[in-house]
Design a protein around this ligand. Structure first.
Ligand code: ADP
Ligand code: MG
Length: 264
């Protein structure tokens, strides 16, 4: 459904993404991994045209993204940015309603269909009971849910998530990932998630894209990508990779400096 053809992007002189080619199929759960500054956030912003690449093409269901309006794109692709936190005293319901803006007419009044979608999105994400609360009164986990609800209110086919589990405790991480998996499996949404957490990416994603300095270093199943050689080469630190005994997926353990040889 998304076809990237040799795209390159730079903010200034330096190319930040270089000749990225790949296809994202409908219903996939893709993880984008790579060290700090490797281009993960930039990649997600390009997918929803917050940024436009200087070279290459992106086709969304065979239509070039650059020929679509921002409204048309927003009906298909929603992004949950990393620092999805506003300092303004908005209520939860107001934030979720913003997801309807691609559907509103000139006067920007919402109709019953819009309110219905907002309610449904809040129900799916378990935030119906906090609709009247203010954003700055919520926990980090609740705020994340609000921004997912806003994305769902857009009725997109694809959701882009930038480091969604950063700063969540393990209980909230598991809750949040369960929500994302159910959106993917039960509602057929395509998910593209940038993550620092390699073990989460390995457990949850069907396919991983490993970026190094703006290039795809490796792409494939977690088993293909999460290997000791690959991770050490890209992240420049020693790790131990074995299998998660419950899931059988690759599992990374960090090795203390100076202890690299022991037992490994
Ligand atoms: P990641 O999300 O993998 O940490 P980013 O996509 O945020 O990486 O950044 C990739 C590179 O682009 C980094 O070198 C970063 O410094 C640079 N960069 C990111 N945002 C901007 C910006 N707005 N202006 C200029 N350079 C930027
Ligand atoms: Mg980032």
């Amino acid at each position: 459904m998304i076809d990237l053809r040799s795209l390159s992007f730079r903010y200034r002189q330096e190319w930040v993404l270089k000749e990225i080619s790949l296809r994202i199929e409908k219903g996939e759960f893709i993880g984008v991994i790579g060290p700090n500054g490797s281009g993960k956030s930039t990649f997600l912003k390009i997918l929803c045209r917050l940024l436009s690449p200087q070279e290459g093409d992106i086709l969304l269901d065979t239509v070039p993204l650059k020929e679509m309006t921002q409204r048309e794109i927003a009906k298909k692709i929603a992004i949950v940015p990393q620092e999805a936190y506003s300092l303004f005293p908005f209520r939860v319901i107001e934030i979720v309603l913003m997801g309807r803006s691609p559907y509103l007419g000139h006067l920007l009044f919402e109709g019953s269909k819009d309110l219905e979608m907002v309610k449904r999105a809040m129900d799916w994400t378990g935030i119906l009971s906090i609709g009247e609360r203010y954003m700055d009164e919520l926990s980090g986990g609740e705020r994340k849910r609000v921004f997912i609800a806003r994305a769902l209110a857009q009725e997109p086919e694809i959701i882009l998530l930038d480091e969604p589990t950063a700063n969540l405790d393990i209980h909230h991480q598991v809750d949040f990932l369960h929500l994302i998996v159910s959106l993917n499996r039960d509602r057929g949404l395509t998910i593209v998630m940038a993550s620092h957490d390699l073990n989460i990416a390995s457990e949850y994603c069907d396919r991983l894209i490993l970026l190094q300095e703006g290039r795809i270093y490796k792409m494939g199943s977690p088993r293909d990508v999460i290997t000791r050689e690959t991770i050490e080469a890209v992240y420049g630190c020693r790790v131990w990779v074995d299998e998660n005994p419950i899931s059988g997926m690759p599992r990374i353990t960090l090795l203390k400096r100076g202890r690299e040889g022991s037992g490994a």
